[in-house]
Structures are given as C-alpha cells and as structure tokens.
Design a protein around this ligand. Structure first.
Ligand SMILES: Nc1nc2c(ncn2[C@@H]2O[C@H](COP(=O)(O)OP(=O)(O)OP(=O)(O)O)[C@@H](O)[C@H]2O)c(=O)[nH]1
Ligand SMILES: [Mg+2]
Length: 377
C-alpha cells in the first residue's frame, strides 16, 4: 500500500486500497473511500492507465466509495494497481498489489497416516533382497544428511535435529564415510555420501565419481572412508569383489538445494550429470529431492501446504530440470527439519510423498533384476 498527497486542499482517503490475494479463476475487488465524491477517479495497472476489458474489469463509483473488480483472475492480472482521485485542487493516489495464486500444479497429500502405514506395510518384491538401498548425492550442504534426519523424525517419533548435519557456513563437506542409515524398522538403507565439490583449485575435492560408480556396483563396504586423492581399487583389502544385489545401489537420489541452484558451479553440475549418466547405464532409477524450499519462497515458508501453488517453486523445478536434464515429474520439493521443535504434518507429507516415490522406483529396479535372474535359471 502506498499513500501520497500532492497539495493542501486535494481530496483525502478515508481508507485506502489493501493488498489482495486471489485464486485463479476467482473475482477480486479493490476498494477505497474518499472524503468527497466530487472527484474523478483514474485506475492504473503497473503504472499504465488501465484498459478496461469487457467481462474482466468493472469500475464502480458509489458516493465516496471507489472500487475495481477484476473477474476470472489469471496470471497476467497479477500487478500493482493504483487509483488516483482528482479535483480542481489537486490529486491523491494509493496502490495495492493483487497476487494471483496458481491452482495446485501437483496434488498435495495432506494426511501423513495413510502414507506412513503404506510404507510400514511395504514388502520388497523379491525375498532375496533384504533392503532397498538408496544413494544420496549432491553438493555440500545440500541437505542430504538432513533428509535422513527428517525421515528418522517421522518414523522414529522424535526430532533428530543437527545430529548428522553440518553447519550452514562450512566450506567443506562434513560427511566423509560410506555410512549406512536406517529408518525405524523399515527395509530401507540410505547412504549419504560426502558432498560434491568443485574441481577448481589444485586438487579434486569431495567424493570421487569413480567411487560413486563403485558404490552403484556394490564394491564399497559399509563405513569405508572415502579418500579424495584415491578411488577404491580392486587391490584394496575391503573391496567387494563379487557383489550381490544386496551390495548394490537400487536408486540414486540427487539432492539439490533450491536456494543455491542458480549459484551451483558448472563443474558440480557436470559431475552430477556424469553420475546420472553412469546410473542410467546400470539401469538405476534416479529422482531428485529439491531441499531448502522455504529459503526461496515466502508463501511456502509461511504455509508449506501452498507449495504446489508457488510460482517460485515451480520455476526452481524447471531450472533444476534444465540444469540436470531430468524431467520435472521426477523432482520432489522437500523441506527438512532444521530449527523446528514440533512435528509438522505438512512437512512430513512432502517428505513421505518423496520417499514413497523412491521406494517404488527402487522396487521396480528389483523387479527388473528379478525377472532377468529368472530368465537365466
Ligand atoms: N531452511 C532449511 N535449511 C535446511 C534444509 N535442509 C537442510 N538445511 C540446512 O542446511 C545445512 C546443510 O544441511 P546438511 O544436511 O548438513 O547437508 P549435507 O548435504 O548433508 O552436507 P554435506 O554432508 O556437508 O555434504 C544445515 O544447516 C541444515 O540445517 C531445509 O529444507 N530448509
Ligand atoms: Mg551430510
């Protein structure tokens, strides 16, 4: 809202226009009241005289009240609207913002219990496979460890804030081991690999691509400490020479921080693309978790239930899809627990939707593996 006066005897407002939010397709009315009806009113949209369109705009003046009705709200109606009242002595104007909410561009689950039950009752399609194994990869500080914390909070019933995560400000990666994390008694294993870093500078930093490929293929044992200067080699005493399906990775989860997407270096993006290409060669399904969504969108930060109405989140998903070369429907926005002290059902629902997707994708991979095994029997 802005309110400004030009001379001493000009008209005055009794109340001014207020900012409005409207859902797509609905009608919104902006109204104000002046101290006199002896004025002419001029409406502007984004600084230009409003071109009234039949069936879209309706301008009213009733005594001292002035209003503008905008019908069947569309994206292009989102703007700052200004009314200027003028009489022989001068003029006065005020403005307000009309925000048009998108209708949900993806269905949002609002109840966690059915998803929790489905995951608790989930059975892997092959008896030979003990657990579905997921590898989380992404830039340092992307929120890989936080995702595990968030899922643990949901299934283990208490908050795991900061028990695995690094600090927001550190420049180097915090996680260095090929450590397995489980969630309650679910048959899922998560491997949170040390963040990918840029090759700029003297030596390669962060987890090596050849080690990630070794992990995909099942050559890396639990608790192996990654070395930045050297990959795992066959001669290493802990190298798993004949891996079974239970040593391999069944789904790759790329973790991308929404707020740092545009600042990610070409080098890290190329590394991620290369890793994805290697996973594709091995037939490993791949999905993306887009974290830190609260950092890029106020609407989402205030009400996570509106995430699928957010234009900013949608833009970030499109950007992420272009940068990584993944289709948009494989990208799941999530918010992790980081400073919350209470459980939040909406936050849990987003994480559960994302978890459900990776579980089904990994299970499909096992199904394909299992049918290939049968062919050779
Ligand atoms: N606001 C917000 N902060 C988050 C979110 N997810 C993670 N963070 C914060 O981001 C920082 C980095 O998160 P981590 O989970 O340690 O990231 P990481 O990918 O495991 O990092 P490395 O192990 O160092 O590669 C921590 O301070 C988290 O609290 C989120 O969804 N929203
Ligand atoms: Mg970590």
């Amino acid at each position: 809202m802005a309110y400004n006066r030009n001379s001493n005897s000009e008209p005055e407002f009794i109340y001014v226009l207020g900012n409005k939010t409207v859902k797509t397709g609905q009608t919104v009315t902006l109204s104000c009241e002046a101290n006199t009806s002896e004025v002419t009113a001029k409406w502007e949209k984004a600084g230009y005289r409003l071109q009234c369109v039949e069936g879209k705009h309706r301008v009213h003046k009733k005594g001292t009240r002035f209003s503008l009705e905008i019908m069947n709200a569309k994206q292009e109606d989102e703007a700052n609207y200004t009314i200027t009242l003028q009489n022989h002595s001068g003029s006065v104007s005020c403005s307000a913002m009309v925000t048009v909410e998108l209708t949900d561009w993806r269905p949002l689950e609002t109840q966690q219990e059915p998803m929790i039950m489905a995951l608790k009752n989930f059975k892997i399609c092959s008896g030979e496979v003990r657990e579905l194994r997921f590898l989380l990869h992404g830039p340092i500080g992307a929120g890989k460890s936080s995702i595990i914390n968030t899922l643990k909070s949901i299934f283990e019933g208490h908050q795991f804030i900061n028990c695995l995560t690094g600090s927001d400000s550190t420049g180097t990666s915090f996680t260095t081991k090929y450590e397995k994390f489980t969630i309650g008694t679910l048959p899922f294993a998560f491997y949170d690999v040390m963040g990918l870093e840029s090759n700029e500078g003297k030596q390669s930093r962060g987890v090596r691509i050849d080690d990630i490929i070794n992990a995909f293929k099942g050559h890396i044992p639990d608790n192996y400490k990654f070395r930045e200067d050297m990959p795992m080699i066959e001669e290493h005493r802990d190298y798993i020479t004949s891996p079974t399906i239970n040593n391999k990775i069944h789904c790759l989860v790329s973790v991308i921080p929404a707020d740092r997407l545009s600042m990610m270096s070409e080098d890290v993006i190329n590394k991620m693309r290369n890793i994805r290409a290697e996973a594709s060669k091995l037939g490993i399904p791949q999905l993306v978790f887009m974290t830190r969504v609260d950092k890029v969108c106020e609407l989402t930060s205030e009400n996570l239930g509106k995430i699928y109405q957010s234009k900013k989140i949608r833009e970030k998903i499109t950007m992420c899809s272009n940068k990584l070369g993944v289709t948009e429907n494989c990208i799941f926005p999530v918010k992790n627990y980081h400073n919350e002290i209470r459980s939040n059902e909406q936050l849990n629902c987003l994480a559960l939707q994302a978890l459900t997707q990776i579980v089904y994708s990994a299970n499909d991979y096992i199904k394909r593996w299992s049918s290939r095994q049968k062919q050779f029997e």
